[in-house]
Design a protein around this ligand. Structure first.
Ligand SMILES: O=C(CO)[C@H](O)[C@H](O)COP(=O)(O)O
Length: 226
């Protein structure tokens, strides 16, 4: 059977963390098709660690189906690893995430992890973030207001149809942004009243990016912060 790039990225992440797993370790696990590949590969090693914190109900269900114990983040101190996919990654390993709508919980779990290992297909690597519309989770009653504010920032916002997040909120996809200053834009978007979280991962970017294509996996590390 041919291995897909998503499976190759997941396999590379597994090989990276396997030697570091400890019986008491709890892993942070993301959401999406690439994270699903990782969950399925991880299942064979579930005796080697304690369990996982999931970034969505969907991932929690998949982890449970694989017999991996689920933990509540509030019962834990710092996690060692967070493994998740992305929609875009720039040269500084800033990311756009939230294509699957799980961006807020993803950012929370990533914030508590020592090392964020991002796994993605090679085409997700871009010079400037923003060709993929930036997902923004909003309190439903603030949706129209937040869309107007995002328009002021130069975006073309669109409410994602028929989506309610695990937190009971809505998602706005903000298209048309050329994100040359990810840290600044993340702060601006998150400062809009009614925004719960943006899918711009700049204040907490990936530490390691494993980019897979049919020709192999490239391992990139976060350049020094500055
Ligand atoms: O942020 C996410 C979900 O909210 C995903 O990580 C992102 O959308 C990538 O998904 P996939 O691995 O299916 O390409």
């Amino acid at each position: 059977m041919n291995t897909s790039p998503k499976q190759a990225a997941a396999q590379a992440a597994l090989e990276l963390i396997l030697p570091q797993l400890k019986r008491e370790m709890v892993l942070g696990i993301g959401t999406g098709s690439t994270a699903n590949c990782f969950i399925d590969l991880l299942a064979a090693h579930k005796q080697a660690f304690a369990g996982a914190v999931a970034s969505s109900e969907q991932s929690a269900a998949r982890l449970a189906a694989q017999g991996i114990a689920l933990y509540d983040l509030n019962d834990l101190a710092q996690l060692d690893f967070y493994i998740d996919g992305a929609d875009e990654a720039d040269p500084n390993l800033c990311l756009i995430k939230g294509g699957g709508g799980a961006l807020t919980r993803e950012k929370i779990v990533a914030a508590t992890a020592k090392t964020f290992v991002c796994i993605a297909e090679a085409h997700k690597r871009v010079e400037v973030l923003g060709a993929f519309p930036l997902p923004v989770e909003v309190i439903p009653m603030a949706c129209a207001y937040v869309m107007r504010e995002l328009t002021q920032l130069g975006a073309k916002p669109l409410k994602r149809a028929d989506v309610v997040t695990d937190n009971g909120n809505w998602i706005i996809d903000a298209a048309g942004l050329a994100i040359t200053q990810p840290l600044a834009l993340e702060a601006q978007v998150n400062a809009i009243t009614g925004v719960v979280e943006s899918g711009l991962f700049a204040s907490r970017r990936a530490d390691i990016l494993l980019l897979a294509s049919h020709t192999g996996v490239v391992h990139l590390e976060c350049p020094s912060k500055g």
